[in-house]
Design a protein around this ligand. Structure first.
Ligand SMILES: Cc1cc2nc3c(=O)[nH]c(=O)nc-3n(C[C@H](O)[C@H](O)[C@H](O)COP(=O)(O)OP(=O)(O)OC[C@H]3O[C@@H](n4cnc5c(N)ncnc54)[C@H](O)[C@@H]3O)c2cc1C
Length: 471
């Protein structure tokens, strides 16, 4: 195919940043080798891409080649006895659990949507609502194959070149192309989880209840009403969940079928899923979102408070997939997310400040999510012993510069508190601030490894330009 025919608009999931790129989408190893050789011959920078679920510029770079790995999507080996799977990088989390659930296995770490590919998820070292208990996805990767931009193949594992293994996972596609991953899945005895909902009237209570729950429940996630002020600042609802033990589910065969997990295809049996986002669009403005947040908090803190119920694993895990294309409500400007990770001792102070700054600027977050985290052994780790707060913001085209400045204001105290940012969610942080979160020479070590594996600096992205070059 001619280069001109490959030209496409490639954007971050939030639709707020993007650029035109020359897209290659190989379907097998031969196609991948061919793509790499064409890119090398053209001397073109190359951004790696999975399903494109990173909110910002991690999987794209303007006027560069883009290697879309989502077509490399074969399951290579499945061991239903031991729960070990070998997959190509383009297999999505959704395709993975659909294949394994009937055998009683579930991915040990899943994200809020099932769309990410395993390659993209390992390259970001994703976390789930059980980060405190299970760590990141990389901690369940037994082995991976990596192809360097020059075409050399390496096999890495915690035992084989462990330093490089721990650097590749989480290095946001800067050291090579993950072409195979072996993962250990988690045994489950039911397709249901037991969920407990608890309301918290303020930020301090929300953080305390989250921390207390982390050792008793597999999954802990908090939602905050980011419109609440004063004594109610940071109020929210927590959801704790645990897998059912053997014998607790009277019909495990039924709940463990992929069909039983499927999210409903219509709303109230009427509105087709594909059109649901249109119902949300009229409310996606400040008064509408204030009302929705208030209604959600009031119902959760009264009728729903301290309720325990059972829910399918998919419904609990992938809440954000209920309404397909919901992000379209944010057009034309799109949305950005800012997720900061703050050590436990400083979390309340930093998050309180973030919520207040957003309210003062007149740009409260439309969706705010809290999680509890732990450190992990990967070179470019974003994990801390503390909490993360993920804040979604619409990007009003006329206030874009103001929003970017506000995110910078939110981020400063995170750096001072010894915190970190999640590259999968970032589009707006300036290099200087971001680079300060890598305190132990991680960026220098990544640059050394990159000089070894990618000496021509072929692999690039908007994010990598900022982090590695400080541009
Ligand atoms: C609605 C929503 C909810 C989310 N919830 C969570 C969450 O709960 N927890 C969490 O951790 N994240 C979450 N994310 C972020 C998402 O999990 C990450 O951005 C993930 O990396 C996306 O995977 P992807 O396949 O879309 O990869 P992309 O976004 O396309 O790429 C991600 C990175 O991987 C690199 N890459 C892609 N393929 C390869 C490959 N084969 N080899 C090497 N590098 C590669 C890219 O260069 C890029 O740097 C969420 C995202 C969305 C949209």
């Amino acid at each position: 195919m001619e280069w001109a025919q490959r030209l496409q608009w490639v954007e971050g999931w939030g639709m707020a940043v993007g650029g035109a790129g020359y897209v290659f989408r190989p379907a097998d190893a031969a196609g991948l080798a061919e793509a790499l050789s064409e890119v090398r011959a053209a001397g073109m920078p190359l951004a790696l891409r999975g399903a494109g679920c990173s909110y910002g510029d991690a999987a794209l770079r303007a006027e560069s080649a883009v290697l879309d790995c989502s077509g490399l999507d074969r399951v290579l080996r499945w061991d239903p006895e031991g729960g070990i799977v070998d997959v190509e990088p383009g297999v999505s989390l959704g395709a993975l659990w659909r294949m394994t659930i009937a055998d009683g296995w579930w991915p040990p770490v899943v994200t809020g949507t099932m769309a990410p590919t395993i390659g993209g998820a390992l390259a970001m070292n994703v976390h789930g609502k059980n980060n405190w208990v299970r760590g990141t996805l990389g901690e369940h990767c037994l082995e991976l194959d990596l192809v360097t931009p020059r075409g050399d193949a390496l096999t890495l594992s915690p035992e084989r070149e462990p330093e490089l293994f721990r650097a590749v996972i989480g290095s946001f596609g800067q050291l090579g192309i993950i072409t195979r991953a072996r993962l250990q899945l988690k045994k489950v005895y039911s397709g249901l989880v037991e969920v407990r909902a608890v309301a918290a009237p303020d930020l301090a209570t929300l953080l305390r209840l989250t921390d207390e729950a982390k050792d008793r429940w597999e999954y802990v996630v908090g939602w905050l009403d980011a419109f609440a002020r004063g004594a109610a600042l940071g109020r929210g609802l927590l959801h704790f969940a645990r897998h059912l033990e053997p014998g607790e589910d009277p019909r495990p065969g039924a709940s463990l079928s992929a069909a039983a997990q499927d999210l409903p295809s219509t709303l109230l049996g009427v509105v087709p899923k594909s059109q649901m986002w249109r119902l949300l669009a009229p409310f996606t403005n400040r008064p509408g979102m204030r009302a929705i947040n208030l209604a959600k908090y009031l119902s959760g803190s009264t009728l729903g408070n301290r309720k325990t119920y059972r829910q399918s694993l998919a419904a609990f895990s992938f809440l954000l997939d209920y309404v397909p294309d919901w992000k379209k409500v944010y057009l034309p400007g799109g949305l950005i997310q800012h997720q900061s990770f703050v050590p436990i001792a400083r979390a309340e102070e930093v998050f309180r400040n973030q919520l207040e700054v957003c309210l003062e600027c007149g740009m409260p977050s439309f969706l705010a999510v809290l999680k509890r985290h732990r450190p992990d052994p990967f070179l470019m780790s974003h994990g801390v012993d503390g909490f993360s707060l993920a804040l979604d913001f619409p990007v009003p085209p006329r206030r874009r510069a103001e929003l970017w400045a506000m995110v910078r204001e939110l981020a400063g105290p995170v750096v001072d508190a010894g915190g970190r940012f999640y590259p999968a969610k970032d589009a707006a942080l300036p290099a200087a601030l971001y680079r300060d979160t890598f305190r132990d020479g991680q960026l220098a070590r990544l640059a050394e490894l990159k000089a070894r594996l990618d000496p021509d600096r072929t692999l690039r992205s908007g994010l990598a330009d900022r982090l590695l070059d400080g541009s």
